[in-house]
Ligand binder design. Structure first.
Ligand SMILES: [Zn+2]
Length: 345
């Protein structure tokens, strides 16, 4: 079985965009009377089916993957838009929509939630929505935004006690978080090209110099997009850790930090799998997402990452089985109640 731990619903029914546009306009105008009503949303099951079957499900079948851990469009979370109540309503709508997809295709998708974060608002305020999604909707994790400002990096580091009450809720519910920023409103950064990778790299550096995992030995965090610049600069990070009296990186990350495989060329995956312990790598593609289209050099889609894992020269079949399935089951313990293996990889 092949589990893709990083997929977003980027082909949502069009009325969702109408709602968000109106909600954003009302928020920017600070006019609560102009907010659209949730009841006005018109998204039929047929529309959802069509959007999934023509895209994510079609690609799953073509590429031979089985289950996608599925969350709302990350760039659409927009935590910087409006206030906490706007963020909560928008998150609930997006999470409920993911739940509908998972209910329509229970073998192919399982949910991960967006959180109702908002700049300056304590992360503990997101605990209730996480709990609702896990307990009522059967979700198995969340996307945690380290920078709800949308590109200004003015939140306390992920290792600050500011975040601890939220981590406590994650531990209680036995779910991991993927560290994932949203759309960027800082014109100096392109959202998926620079902001995402900057945030991934920043998160890793915060984590390796901290005592976070002493305080939370079972906390599990996934750093997406192959860990940003981390694998390429492993020597720099390792040296900095050792110079600061920290253990080897393999030891630091062992049970707590994981990297996905959203790296869109063979040499990048070769490097990732050469440098990062196999136990800390989870298969992912982020389809349909950041980089669409076919690589003219290979003739295959940039985000068809399964091909790169299959061809990575240092991996054994046992390693691939870990990356494709076993590691995800360890990091997302709640998968066991939902997904059953269809076939051994
Ligand atoms: Zn993503």
């Amino acid at each position: 079985m092949i589990i893709d731990c990083h997929g977003h619903y980027t082909t949502e029914p069009k009325d969702l965009h109408r709602f968000r546009k109106e909600q954003t306009a009302a928020a920017n105008a600070k006019d609560k009377t102009a907010l659209p009503s949730r009841a006005s949303l018109k998204m039929s099951d047929d529309e959802i089916r069509e959007s999934i079957e023509q895209n994510q499900l079609k690609l799953q079948r073509e590429r031979g993957t089985d289950l996608t851990i599925f969350s709302p469009r990350a760039s659409g979370m927009g935590h910087h838009i409006g206030d906490e109540s706007i963020s909560l309503e928008w998150s609930q709508i997006c999470n409920d929509l993911i739940h509908r997809v998972c209910a329509l295709y229970p073998k192919n998708f399982i949910g991960v939630c967006q959180l109702p974060q908002s700049p300056g608002v304590p992360p503990k305020n997101s605990a209730a929505e996480l709990e609702r999604c896990v307990k009522e909707l059967g979700f198995v994790g969340c996307n945690l935004n380290p920078d709800p400002s949308g590109g200004y990096f003015n939140s306390p580091p992920l290792t600050d006690k500011w975040w601890y009450p939220f981590y406590e809720k994650m531990i209680e519910l036995d779910v991991p978080a993927m560290i994932h920023v949203s759309g960027c409103c800082n014109p100096a950064m392109h959202t998926t090209g620079s902001y995402y990778l900057n945030a991934d790299t920043m998160a890793f550096m915060q984590l390796i110099l901290s005592d976070l995992f002493k305080d939370f030995p079972t906390l599990k965090l996934i750093i997406p997009h192959g860990g940003g610049a981390v694998p390429f600069h492993w020597g720099r990070f390792r040296g900095l850790a050792l110079n600061n009296g920290r253990p080897e990186l393999d030891e630091i990350i062992k049970n707590n930090i994981f990297f996905d495989t959203c790296v869109y060329h063979q040499p990048g995956i070769n490097l990732l799998t050469d440098v990062v312990p196999v136990e800390n790598i989870l298969f992912a593609s982020e389809m349909v997402g950041a980089v669409k289209g076919v690589d003219p050099k290979t003739g295959f889609n940039f985000d068809d990452t399964k091909r790169y894992i299959e061809k990575a020269p240092r991996l054994s079949d046992a390693d691939r089985a870990k990356i494709f399935e076993a590691n995800a089951r360890r990091v997302y313990p709640r998968l066991k109640t939902k997904a059953t293996a269809k076939a051994a990889v």
